[in-house]
Ligand binder design. Structure first.
Ligand code: TYM
Length: 332
């Protein structure tokens, strides 16, 4: 049988998934599982970089696993696991760290961002966050990594580490991972507060678990501006963001209709927001309904988790042993 390309991706376990996670990642996870050898995990080690209360760690992992499954991820088609259930990752990470340099780590946008946001907790885990992420990817020899635009720099670093290691050991055993977006361009879901991305630490999220009224309320509060007075005016950022959403979630003819209304100055922002909220809910409401049932079923979740870890560990062990060999760890 022909070997399918390997896909690896993950989401940090910091609470419920939001629309950025869904459109930037999860949607692709589900679409890709039929055609690729997919391995998806929940990044609970990564979540520790912000030092969460230990009591939330476990429920957060559980809710993301339930959200993965509720969105249509099938554990019989792909490998679904929790990062800390595959402790080989830590060894791989240690080995990779020896080929990662302070200068490049300090320059990472996400590190600079976090160091600014949590100046009293600039821990070593934050600095080496991209190395742990590279370990996640390279230990699977992943060909593709479906991620949103915000993770592209980390992925580029994983490629650099792989290339560097191949060069250093004069071999080509490391696979260079590439980003993947099923619909073409990498996605960046904006916040509805006018600028920037939707993100947990930005506090501007619409969660896939939000009920109908909450989603509608959040969209209603989205920042807009005066309605245009000149035909074919340039859009400012908050309006561009709403149109970006509209293009992503609504039918092309609906998009065209609102664009025409913008261009002839007849647009009503209330209608635009309601349209987006309604089309978002078409996607999220069925996931939310399945979620509650799955979340309650601890036996099922534990089974999925164990089965996933078992499968992942076999693959990862093989690749870790190979790296160990190249680095010189051998029997006498
Ligand atoms: P995380 O948990 O912040 O986000 C998970 C996924 O959601 C995407 N995403 C977005 N996409 C578009 N617009 C947004 N506003 C938005 N917000 C989040 C992210 O791009 C990501 O695909 N470091 C990773 C988790 C991770 C990982 C990995 C991913 C750890 N190891 C290995 C891939 C491969 C992270 O924090 O993503």
């Amino acid at each position: 049988m022909e070997k399918k390309p390997i896909v690896l991706s993950g989401i940090r376990s910091t609470g419920h998934l939001h629309l950025g996670n869904y459109y930037g990642a999860l949607r692709n996870f589900v679409e890709m599982q039929n055609d690729y050898d997919c391995r998806y995990f929940i990044a609970d080690y990564h979540s520790l970089t912000t030092q969460p209360d230990p009591s939330v760690l476990n429920p957060n992992v559980r809710s993301i696993l339930a959200e993965y499954l509720a969105a249509g991820m099938d554990p019989d088609k792909c490998t679904v696991y929790v990062q800390s259930d595959v402790p080989e990752t830590c060894e791989y990470y240690t080995l990779l760290n020896m080929h990662a340099y302070l200068g490049e780590l300090e320059k990472t946008v996400s590190f600079k961002d976090k160091a600014r946001k949590q100046p009293n907790n600039v821990n070593a885990g934050l600095l080496t966050y991209p190395v742990l992420m590279a370990a996640d990817i390279l230990q699977h020899k992943a060909n593709f990594v479906p991620v949103g635009k915000d993770q592209l720099q980390h992925l580029e670093m994983a490629r650099n580490f792989a290339q560097r290691i191949n060069h250093f050991y004069k071999a080509d055993f490391m696979v260079l991972p590439r980003p993947y977006e099923a619909k073409g361009e990498p996605i960046k879901i904006p916040g509805l507060d006018g600028s920037g991305k939707m993100g947990k630490s930005e506090g501007n999220c619409i969660y896939i678990n939000d009920d109908d009224q909450t989603v509608i309320k959040k969209f209603k509060k989205a920042v807009t501006d005066m309605t245009p007075t000149e035909p074919n005016s340039e859009m400012n950022e908050p309006i561009k963001n709403l149109f970006y959403f509209l293009k992503l979630v609504s039918a092309p003819e609906v998009y065209d209709q609102f664009l025409a209304a913008w261009n002839d100055c007849s647009i009503r922002y209330g209608d635009l927001k309601m349209q987006i909220a309604t089309d978002v809910l078409k996607v999220t409401a069925p996931i939310r309904e399945r979620y509650n049932e799955i979340y309650a079923d601890a036996d099922y979740l534990n089974k999925v988790r164990e089965q996933g870890a078992e499968k992942a560990r076999v693959e990862v062990r093989k690749n870790l042993d190979e790296l160990r060999q190249y680095m010189g760890f051998r029997k006498f």
